[in-house]
Design a binder for this molecule. Sequence first.
Ligand SMILES: [Zn+2]
Ligand SMILES: [Zn+2]
Length: 140
Amino acid sequence: MIKPDFAKVRISCAKPNCDHGGRVQRHHKGHEKLFLRAFKDRKESKTYKIMLRRYEQFRPDDTVPLCPDHHAEIHYEYRDIIALFQAQQGMHRRDFSWDAALTLMAELRYHCDEWLKEESSGMDPALVFQVLPQRIHNED
Ligand SMILES: [Zn+2]
Ligand SMILES: [Zn+2]
């Protein structure tokens, strides 16, 4: 799998009619990094290794290019979905079963695909990252 070379190919934010500037970031729709972090004690398991390998491949199916403002906005929306799901499970995500983790990742992916269909204003990354527990990196 070849990673897209953003230096050679001009790629713009995937949100309709986006007029924000800034360097495009590669967003993983399922936010797999959430569980790559939370499941650190499962690093040696086959499922973890498969998820990590796939994450590192940046498959076109799994990722979408977003400007910093839209990237911040989708992660802000994920925050509520993650919190609600954890409340329903009655535990922190680090204690989830793999099935529960995969279900949440599928929900996030679905939400992202729906969100991608509509215009939205985006959010200031500096404000969003003040309320997120973890800073979001360019490839999260
Ligand atoms: Zn992201
Ligand atoms: Zn954008």
